[in-house]
Ligand binder design. Structure first.
Ligand code: SF4
Length: 304
């Protein structure tokens, strides 16, 4: 795990929280429009010579800021490529004066569902943001790398049953239009439509450890008074749990939770120089795409 960057304070990276952002080196995709090519590959081969942070430096920083920051965002690159789970455990052990620990947000491209599940199972993440690059058919063109779409779909299912999450798409004219956004929406809907329904066969619910961290469930006396529930493999047979998920958490109004559209913007560095000539996205495209996505998601935002 190579920590290549730290933003000490951010008001925008973690919705609703004052956070810091940690950047991990390395990614298994090669999106031409990537704004952080230095975090993906190092053509100079000098990655260890440029400024990096040790884990101890970051943990020391977090210890000092524990009464001022609420959250830690971990991004990249693709953070799950190298993120050490023990590093997350150490972050979670830091307590502020109110005896609260840091909320952790993880950004991912969705190619490491097993590692994500492990982190979820240990309660080491509080918010997950996953890039949806395009419709299933477009993926390989957009990321310029072979992608295991089964893993992407597994991550989508896993994340959509998590209490706090967002999916997000960077809109580029060469890949996206309103029809493409519609295709993305139908794909996500098809993958997740059983989630949140009273469905005892739903693996996302069956294996979902976040049930225990869900305040809607934790506040339910029928659940709290059941000493066996945390270890009970039949947790899905308990209607109190299924009803809570249905009403409050996963599929409010039968929709997914949060989706963000980001219009492509040029930056000083891009992975593929041909994207310097890419047209900036018009607001009208984003607004129409937002309207389409709103039929599938409870909250749809545009980030500029
Ligand atoms: S934009 Fe693509 S290449 Fe860049 S960090 Fe994200 S997944 Fe990796």
């Amino acid at each position: 795990m190579i920590i290549k960057g730290l933003i000490k304070t951010t008001f925008v990276d973690y919705p609703g929280k004052i956070a810091c952002t940690i950047f991990l080196f390395g990614c298994n995709m090669r999106c031409g429009f990537c704004h952080n090519p230095d975090l993906v590959i190092d053509p100079t081969g000098k990655k260890y010579e440029s400024k990096t942070y040790t884990e101890e430096e970051i943990l020391g920083f977090l210890e000092k800021r524990k009464n001022y920051l609420d959250g830690v965002c971990i991004t990249g690159g693709e953070p799950l490529l190298s993120l050490k789970i023990d590093f997350l455990r150490k972050i979670k052990q830091i307590k502020n004066k109110s005896n609260s620990n840091y909320s952790i947000k993880i950004d991912t491209n969705g190619t490491f569902p097993n590692k994500l599940r492990e982190i979820i199972n240990e309660g080491l993440v509080d918010y997950i943001a996953m890039d949806i690059k395009g419709s299933k058919e477009k993926y390989k063109d957009i990321v310029s790398f072979p992608v295991d779409m089964d893993k992407i779909e597994e991550s989508i299912r896993l994340i959509s049953s998590f209490p706090q999450y967002e999916f997000r798409t960077t809109f580029l004219h060469r890949f996206h239009d309103e029809n493409e956004i519609k295709k993305i929406m139908e794909w996500l809907k098809g993958l997740t439509q059983n989630i949140g329904k009273s469905d005892n066969n739903n693996p996302n619910i069956n294996n979902n450890p976040n049930i225990n961290n869900n305040p809607n469930i934790n506040n339910n006396p029928n659940i709290n008074n059941n000493p066996n529930i945390n270890n009970n493999p039949n947790i899905n047979n308990n209607p109190n749990i299924n009803n809570n998920i249905n009403k409050n958490n996963i599929n409010k109004d039968n929709k997914l939770l949060n989706y963000y559209l980001q219009g492509f913007r040029k930056s000083d560095k891009l992975m593929d120089e041909s994207f310097f000539s890419e047209k900036e996205v018009k607001n009208s495209n984003l607004i129409e795409s937002q309207r389409i996505a709103s039929e599938y998601f409870t909250n749809v935002g545009i980030r500029v």
